[in-house]
Design a protein around this ligand. Structure first.
Ligand code: PLP
Length: 338
């Protein structure tokens, strides 16, 4: 494909050559297997189908100008999948198996890695599911760990475009002592009603508040929230937020750019004071936010002048520069795929 075609690629699923699979049975992981099938034969009583024993990760690989394939902070994804597995009582995928599976999936699908400069990348989706048959509620004795990859186009086709979001007051994504801090499919199912309501009202996504008091910002759909004011990068602290690796990376970059950083409760009314705001995650890296509506309270928070903020842009350029190899990587976040 030409670079111009890669640029037009949607952010969606496209078939590749292979995916990798590994089965956990009798208390141990088997050998990594290659598959060219897009389907998974599964027992009708598998715990993933009935009781939501499913966790996943989302990562990206990039082609550098030097022709080297780069994977970003995969150890953090491996650690998060471990904590997700423990959180819903699934077998833990060892770090070495995680690495092997991810790197093999990339190597076996080299031709699908979009070229440098296209803005497109290879999205990597590791997932872990309970496959053992149970009817009573208990953890499965068998698991399947899989990794598939799919090339995805740039999230913003015509440059970063600030979005408008809506606070949802009649729905929660996750409870304070629930599963919000782990990356499990159930959280996504729980968020669909709110996302649909936001779309129907003309907003690009939903802002979830803390479930207990409905006073503080939790997350923006499937992304973390950050705001900038008085040269400070501020991101919410809450037990029901998924710890975003993008957010953690932006905090580090912000510090090294001379910004102050704070991870603390962010009251909804503080939105009025932010000079810039954004949602961050692997998919878009940063989606700048220009407005957040709170229809139930009859309020609207306008952030910035409708263009991406200066600091937001600098953070975005720096992080994507490290990911694509256009900027040096002083943090050791990149590993090359040989
Ligand atoms: C995956 C995810 C994020 C983003 O995490 P990254 O590691 O930055 O991709 C944020 N919030 C939720 C709920 C998520 O599932």
């Amino acid at each position: 494909m030409e670079i111009s075609d890669w640029k037009k690629l949607p952010f969606g699923y496209k078939k590749t050559n292979y995916n990798v699979r590994c089965y956990y049975r009798n208390g141990e992981w088997g050998a990594l297997e290659l598959s060219s099938s897009e389907y998974v034969p599964i027992h009708i009583a598998a715990t993933s189908l009935h009781y939501g024993q499913e966790a996943f990760e989302g990562m990206k690989a990039y082609m550098g100008k030097d022709g080297k394939i780069r994977v970003f902070r995969w150890q953090d994804n491996a650690a998060r999948l471990k904590s997700s597995a423990e959180g819903i009582r699934m077998a833990v995928v060892p770090e070495s198996l995680f690495r092997d599976a991810v790197f093999t999936a990339i190597r076996m699908n080299r031709e699908f890695i979009p070229p440098h400069g296209s803005g497109a990348s290879l999205y990597i989706r590791p997932l872990l599911i309970g496959t053992g048959p149970e009817v009573g509620v208990k953890p499965s004795g068998e698991y399947l760990f899989m990794v598939f990859v799919t090339p995805v186009g740039p999230y913003f086709k015509e440059g970063m475009k600030p979005v408008e979001m809506m606070i949802c007051r009649d729905c929660d994504r996750a409870a304070p002592l629930g599963t919000g801090n782990i990356k499990v499919g159930g959280n996504y199912a729980a968020s669909l009603r709110a996302i649909e309501a936001a779309h129907q009202a003309g907003y690009s996504n939903v802002v979830f508040l803390d479930a207990r008091e409905k006073k503080y910002i939790d997350e923006c759909g499937p992304a973390n929230f950050f705001g900038i004011r008085e040269n400070t990068y501020i991101t919410p602290d809450s037990p029901s937020i998924l710890p975003s690796i993008t957010n953690k990376s932006l905090i580090r970059i912000a510090e090294d750019m001379g910004l102050k950083t704070e991870r603390r409760k962010v009251p909804v009314e503080e939105l009025e004071l932010f000079e810039e705001a954004g949602a961050c995650g692997t998919a878009a890296v940063i989606s700048p936010i220009k407005k957040i509506a709170d229809p139930v309270m009859n309020r609207e928070y306008v952030i910035g002048d409708g263009n991406p903020g200066k600091i937001t842009l600098r953070l975005y350029e720096k992080l994507t520069g490290i990911q694509t190899g256009d900027e040096p990587d002083p943090y050791g976040w990149i590993e090359f795929v040989e």
